[in-house]
Design a protein around this ligand. Structure first.
Ligand code: ADP
Length: 248
């Protein structure tokens, strides 16, 4: 079996806002094929870390390597996307008056000019890719529906599909199951297990039950620092995690 490569490696990352360190000497490693949950109390620095990875926030210190060769601190936001990092934010941002199919079609061709996208018909191969994604996110029966008519859960899946059409090597999700029904949560968990075959995934999540059910690897942040990481069983048994995070 081939050795898995490191997709993201952050070492000694610090982020200062004025004199306040939102992240303080934090390190994390995300491997290929990993579904990695990033947890920790409010204000721990989780969102700030995702912001650093996608170039939205600049770190003050540390190294940040992508796929073992790209120094993300030297790249602009759009270059980071092009290198293969996809992020889905919490608020849905589908094109409401386009169909589900058109949403995926448009995101696949995001690097081309809008005018030519509207003019050019998708090739057979592109259409096959869209169909495959529709099956994966469970929206094939809804492909001709306007995106605005989808349920909350379906919109979230569509949006994950839209990010995936860019074929990222790392997918970053911020609380993907927020506002979902139990059934939708389960479908989302199953979807993440399938997607990790295609790219590494890092998920910021508050719902511990969900983390327990689907996590393989967990990193706990607390006050901008690494508190503990490892498989869920190990993390859950860590006394400091119980103290600061689980409130016991
Ligand atoms: P989490 O996502 O774990 O809840 P955040 O990364 O959102 O935590 O925030 C970490 C800390 O950094 C918090 O104390 C927050 O108030 C602070 N913070 C986040 N963004 C900024 C900013 N732009 N300016 C100043 N402080 C910030």
């Amino acid at each position: 079996k081939a050795k898995k490569r490191t997709i993201l490696q952050a070492e000694h990352t610090s982020v200062a806002f004025g004199g306040f360190y939102a992240i303080n000497d934090f390190s994390i490693e995300i491997m290929e094929g990993e579904l990695h949950f990033l947890i920790g109390p409010n204000g721990a620095g989780k969102t700030t870390f995702l912001d650093v990875v996608c170039g939205k926030t600049k770190q003050s210190q540390g190294t940040l390597m992508f796929k073992e060769k790209h120094d993300l601190t030297k790249l602009k936001e759009f270059e980071i996307v092009r290198e293969g990092i996809g992020r889905k934010f919490q608020a849905p941002s589908v094109f409401p008056n386009l169909t589900v199919w058109e949403n995926l079609e448009l995101s696949m061709k995001q690097d081309k000019r809008l005018f030519s996208i509207l003019k050019a018909k998708s090739t057979k191969e592109e259409r096959a890719q869209i169909t495959e994604m529709l099956e994966l996110i469970g929206l094939l029966p809804h492909k001709d529906e306007m995106a605005r008519l989808l349920s909350h859960g379906q919109k979230q899946w569509l949006e994950i599909g839209m990010v995936m059409m860019q074929k990222p090597d790392l997918l970053m999700l911020d609380e993907p199951i927020a506002g979902m029904t139990e059934e939708e949560e389960e479908k989302t968990g199953e979807l993440l297990l399938k997607l990790k075959e295609q790219c590494a995934i890092i998920v910021v999540e508050h719902d511990m039950e969900f983390v327990r059910k689907y996590s393989e690897k967990v990193t706990v942040m607390h006050e901008g620092q690494l508190l503990c990481d490892g498989p869920m069983e190990i993390v859950q048994a860590n006394e400091r995690v119980m103290e600061v995070y689980l409130g016991r």
